[in-house]
Design a protein around this ligand. Sequence first.
Ligand code: DAH
Length: 343
Amino acid sequence: MDNMKDRLKALLEQSLRSLEETGSLEDAEALRIKILGKKGELTEMLKSMKDLLPEERKEFGQAANEAKARIEAGVAEAKARLEEARKKARFLAETIDVTEPGRESLPGFKHLVTATIDETIEFFSSMGYVIAEGPEIDTVHNNFDALNAGPNHPSRDMTDTFYINDSVLLRTQTSDVQARIIATQQPPIRLISPGRVFRCDTPDATHSPMFHQIEGLVVDEGITMADLKGVLDRYAKFLFGSSLGTKFRPHHFPFTEPSAEMDVECFKCGGKGCNVCKGSGWIEILGCGMVHPNVLREGGIDTERYTGFAFGIGVERIAMLRYGIDDMRLLYENDIRFISQFK
Ligand code: DAH
């Protein structure tokens, strides 16, 4: 009996000390199991009580229960202490330093090509033009035949055009949308059509096998060259400055008659001659003309009643002129240092 009491006392003391010293919740739980668990040291001690005399059993039982209660309290205390310590450590680890500079978020911005297209859309939309889009893969018919560029037209050459087969190609111009619209709609027609076009060109400072155009088409009763000139003169002033003059030079396109190229007075030198206008004082900015009657007839439009004008804008060319970019390839390299200059 005395021996057992001594062991109980030793166990109690050692248990309380261990619990005080334990450094983690896991260790505290392991200790609890080691002492109070089913096969724990104190549990075993309680089991061996049955070998004692009845009166000894009562006295030892009391002592053992007391010890058990103190150990349980010790476990609870240790766990509370460790829980608190863990919380503190977590708070410390998750502390936010509000004085640290924030991470910069970089909102996107439009690429120059997109920005130029969007500005052009805005300009023409304000005058009632609608946007018509066409697919980049189109028929030889829409890209050439319907636009009065017959089988022997030089622009159909294999060296300029990406053919997919005899009747399908990557469109070389957004003018193909003219053919699509004229074939399906009756006047009044007033549209612009931005999009990608493709030509078999080796990339250099002014060429790319893929670039962007914006087509314009107006067909209605009483449309004359004066309408064409008025609209495009306004567009040039919108792009380059309201004080600049424009002029129209005769040119040839298969789908317009008469055809012209429009020049704007050099926005850099005002017409005196400089490196931008190559000394001429003028800068060519687009092609245009009165829609050829063959094109209207192809779509079943009455050419006695209706006339129209069309124009084609090279998007990269406009962007390069406006922002003084001397190499077209810069627009496609996606070098953020270049692109972000034009935010
Ligand atoms: N499609 C022509 C080209 O790629 C540009 C053009 C010129 C379009 C005159 C037109 C136009 O609609 O009238 O060079």
